[in-house]
Design a protein around this ligand. Structure first.
Ligand SMILES: [Mg+2]
Length: 311
């Protein structure tokens, strides 16, 4: 059996215990929390590779820069924290020069400017030969007036919601998506969010992360899942909405009363859809469109499918 990113991340977390006082949120959430006196800073890092996360034969360097920032901004949204600053490191193919870096920079700045996140530094390295382009963003955020939201607070009976629509990100949307920073702030100001994650690897996989971190199960209803127009054009719209990666929508849970309050108060253009509820079954299930209850497997994007299980 092979083990993926979650297993190796959990193995790393077990090797050295972090001080809860200094690091209230440690390895394994969308961001880590570092306490500095009375204040906290949150940090996330994401590395994107040409040929994996974008394809520079089709995508522009502006798009690659935008996406690299937007992925980390989406993690800030997942914690309902406010983006502050980023440093960006790049590994350049030997043929890249200043012109390419300026285009990349334009994309980075366009995403940062939209969400008030400054570029404050970075590192430029270059291959000696024509190896693929890589870009890594490390982003800091700060607490809003509300507490940060983790993956581990889902409660039995919670309503499960998603923003926007799911599936079909491969049709280009993954290069130009809007991280749900503003939506996350507004939801957190309106109600208490018990748990939240951004859908980076597909609904089934990211819901399983909330279930695992919170020690709960979930039932979602196929009929309720908002399937994107791009996914509806494909051969398997529901599978696509469940398992395609890179939707970068928010998946969150809240109590029934707060769900009612949120749906009454919500007046933003980005839809919020109730897709199911948190259960005590300890497993993920899906109610099919003909009313049958089936087990739901985490079958989204797997980053490390060549690794053996860690000890
Ligand atoms: Mg995330």
């Amino acid at each position: 059996m092979s083990a993926g990113e979650d297993e190796i991340t959990a193995w790393f977390a077990r090797q050295k215990e972090l001080s809860i006082a200094d690091f209230p949120i440690g390895i394994g959430d969308d961001m880590a929390q570092i306490r500095l006196g009375a204040e906290s800073v949150f940090v996330t890092t994401d590395m994107l590779l040409d040929g994996v996360h974008f394809d520079l034969r089709k995508a522009t360097l502006e798009q690659a820069g935008y996406k690299a920032m937007a992925v980390s901004l989406s993690d800030c949204a997942a914690m309902a924290t406010i983006p502050v600053a980023a440093v960006v490191s790049v590994g350049l193919p030997a043929s890249f020069g200043q012109e390419q870096l300026k285009r990349l920079h334009a994309g980075i700045i366009s995403a940062g400017d939209k969400y008030g996140c400054a570029l404050v530094g970075g590192d430029i390295t270059s291959w000696n030969t024509e190896n693929p382009f890589a870009v890594s963003v490390t982003m800091l955020s700060r607490k809003s007036e509300n507490e940060p939201v983790t993956r581990s607070g889902a409660l039995v009976g919670d309503i499960i919601c998603v923003t926007g629509s799911l599936g079909g990100s491969g049709c280009g949307r993954h290069l130009e998506f809007e991280p749900r920073v503003r939506e996350a702030m507004k939801i957190a100001q309106t109600v208490r969010i018990n748990s939240m994650i951004d859908i980076s690897d597909g609904l089934s996989s990211d819901l399983s992360r909330i279930c695992k971190a919170s020690g709960v199960g979930a039932v979602i209803r196929a009929k309720l899942i908002p399937i994107s127009q791009a996914a509806q054009k494909g051969a398997q719209p529901l599978e696509s909405a469940l398992n395609d990666g890179e939707d970068f929508e928010l998946l969150f849970t809240l109590c029934q009363q707060d769900y009612r309050r949120l749906s009454e108060a919500w007046d933003e253009p980005t839809a919020i859809t109730r897709i199911g509820c948190v259960t005590d079954s300890g497993k993920m299930q899906i109610e099919t469109s003909d009313g049958r209850l089936e087990d739901l497997r985490a079958a989204g994007y797997e980053h490390l499918n060549n690794y053996g299980a860690p000890d």
